[in-house]
Design a protein around this ligand. Sequence first.
Ligand code: CO
Length: 134
Amino acid sequence: MIGKLNHVAIVVPDLTAAAALYRDTLGARVSAPLPLPAHGVTTVFVELPNTKIELLHPLGEASPIRRFLDTNPSGGIHHLCYEVQDIRAARDRLRAAGARVLGDGEPKTGAHGKPVLFLHPKDFCGTLLELEQA
Ligand code: CO
């Protein structure tokens, strides 16, 4: 059911420093910072040949990643995003298997303008999963 690894998201305490690290030290192609107020994050996309890395930094006091950064002050891997063909069909199949879908279970528009859902980390090897309709 799951397809490509769309991205790995890393929460960082300093977006400028993290972008410079990926661009200058690791030699990757890095986007300009993109504020996404609806998601409470500013993101920098790192384009790799086979997937993306999303560097995330909290935007606003109500940011959903603020607490993650409080607990992990030097940053850390926040979630993995897998592509699926049909996000509602994927949700229904996972729910039937006992997995918990976060929020109200309705897909929201994600950072790439496509429908996304998040799955509870306790049901997936301690890893927060995002599903994105490809
Ligand atoms: Co993501």
